[in-house]
Design a protein around this ligand. Structure first.
Ligand code: ATR
Length: 283
């Protein structure tokens, strides 16, 4: 009889995570008698939690905000993606040794493969934002052969830091309105438009970017998926851009972890998407 496998998602807070729903759906679908549960861990307790994984009978798990950088640092064997991004969201034990990866870049690319397959012809991109999330996006763009990458950020110094790390270009935020005309792909990684975020005052639905200079065929995507149609995507659609929402990134980033812990590469499909949308009250 196969050994029962137990995995987790940890964050602080973690109660909003939809990962238990995603992995629970796949455990059911593939009739695997393992488990996947949310475990809330405070930053000051994170190291002890990670060091005690084996004792707790856990084979690995997902890590979310604010533990992704700490998870990377605590891992003995971070893979190339985790190293490039400097953060980990997927952990697993192999013979007691902690391995780490970052599947956010994979999830981002796989979502675009599904929704706008023509994105593979893109040669240039504009990345809005320079927080933790944008690191995974820039890594994904580079892995998929996009070389001409511009980062703009409200705090310019953060854009410069990231640009130096990845060998791409940083531009002041006010240049974004011009840059939209030079790129094939525009990605919002800022928290602007995120439901419940401190900058979401519920009054303005306008995203502070002009699409006037955009070229036909340009693709716009947002990594925010609540709401599904963000102010950024709504405005891009109005200007005729092809748009891709961010929900698929969440679903696809879960795939590599599930395969590591439970031995089956799960499918992202409409049934899973509908389950998460229902949970978000979008349908
Ligand atoms: P994380 O590092 O977890 O991704 P974050 O530090 O909150 O999260 O970063 C979110 C991104 O949204 C940052 O690029 C942030 O810009 P700053 O670096 O200038 O803070 C961006 N952001 C948040 N609110 C914004 C706003 N009102 N206008 C423009 N950018 C904003």
């Amino acid at each position: 009889m196969a050994e029962l496998r137990h995995a987790f998602v940890t964050g602080y807070p973690v109660k909003h995570s939809r990962s238990p729903l995603i992995h629970g759906f796949w455990l059911d679908r593939y009739k695997i008698e393992g488990s996947y549960r949310a475990i809330e861990v405070k930053p000051e307790d994170f190291e002890d939690f990670i060091k005690g994984l084996e004792k707790q009978g856990l084979c690995g798990g997902n890590v979310t905000i604010p533990h992704k950088e700490a998870a990377f640092k605590l891992s003995a064997k971070p893979d190339a993606a985790a190293q490039a991004i400097g953060a980990a969201n997927t952990l697993w034990l192999e013979n007691g040794v902690l391995h780490a990866s970052n599947s956010d870049a994979y999830g981002f690319a796989a979502n675009l493969d599904d929704l706008v397959p023509e994105w593979t012809h893109a040669g240039s991109a504009l990345v809005l934002g320079a927080g933790g999330a944008s690191r995974a996006i820039i890594h994904a763009l580079k892995m998929r052969g996009i070389t001409d990458i511009h980062i703009v950020n409200r705090t310019h110094a953060r854009a410069c830091e990231l640009a130096e790390h990845f060998g791409v270009s940083a531009q002041p935020w006010h240049k974004a309105d011009d840059l939209v005309g030079d790129v094939d792909l525009i990605i919002n990684t800022t928290s602007l438009g995120m439901s419940g975020h401190e900058d979401d005052h519920g009054e303005s639905d306008d995203f502070p970017l002009s699409f006037d200079k955009v070229r036909p065929g340009t693709i716009a995507t947002d990594i925010i998926y609540v709401p599904l149609q963000t102010p950024f995507l709504k405005k891009a659609a109005k200007f005729g851009l092809k748009t891709a929402d961010g929900l698929g990134m969440l679903l696809h980033q879960a795939v590599p972890g599930f395969e590591r812990w439970f031995g089956i590469r799960p499918q992202v499909d409409e049934e899973l998407r509908a389950l998460i949308l229902k949970d978000m009250n979008e349908i």
